[in-house]
Write a protein of this length. Structure first.
Length: 75
């Protein structure tokens, strides 16, 4: 059980670091707007999902709390 809390805390710490470092996640969205037998008209759109620094800071804080709590229980 204790190792599980440590791994979750470490994962949150790493996730929070990446959210603070990148602050946006972009991906391509594909959809077909016209499809006839031999003709296809695909449309590609770049979508950008903003990630606020608050999410990264909260994740890092929660990760540190879980790691410290796990070490206190191990002692």
């Amino acid at each position: 059980m204790k190792k599980k809390e440590f791994l979750i805390g470490l994962g949150l710490l790493v996730l929070g670091f990446f959210v603070l470092a990148y602050q946006a996640y972009s991906f391509a969205s594909h959809k077909s707007i016209l499809t006839l037998a031999p003709i296809q008209a695909p449309q590609e759109a770049q979508v950008q999902l903003p990630l606020t620094p608050l999410f990264g800071a909260v994740a890092m804080f929660a990760g540190v709390v879980l790691i410290v709590r796990d070490r206190d229980r191990a002692s």
